[in-house]
Structure formats: structure tokens, C-alpha cells
Design a protein around this ligand. Sequence first.
Ligand code: SF4
Length: 86
Amino acid sequence: MKKICVNEEQCIGCGACVAIDSEHFDFNDNGLSSVINNENQDSQNLQSAIESCPTGAISICDGCDCCSDCSNDENCSCGCEDCDCK
Ligand code: SF4
């Protein structure tokens, strides 16, 4: 399943994605962006958020679908038991 991914190694917490697309993004406890919803991936606001991220931290990726915090790469730090990234 395709999912929205935020690379926490790249996110600087600027808030642009949260301001543009609150349907999909919110801040986590570390002040970084977190994906809160993987529905409606065709939305214009999501595309704008991806294009507006100053560090290119947001992508649409192939998800292992374990949890919303999974970044689906070698830097994944979600710690989820079902995560396939490790
Ligand atoms: S726009 Fe990019 S850098 Fe800014 S909070 Fe969102 S993911 Fe992080």
C-alpha cells in the first residue's frame, strides 16, 4: 500500500506541511511532522505540502503499513513490532 512518509532525519519542524495540509500532518511530541492519515492521497493540499517542504522530507512511498510513524527506510525509528524496516 502506498503511504505518506516523513523522513524524521530530514524534517526540521518548520510546520509548512501542517499549515498547508492538516488533513494529513500534525506535529509529534518531538515537534516534527507526523503523518496522521493516509487517506485521500490525491488531494491538492498534500501535493502542495510535498512541494513546499524545504528539506524534501515528505514522499509517497511503499509502506510496510505497520503504523503511521513508519518512514519505510533504513532511518525508520517507529519501533513498531510489526515494522519491516529493520
Ligand atoms: S514541511 Fe517538511 S520540514 Fe517542515 S514540518 Fe513538514 S516535513 Fe518537516
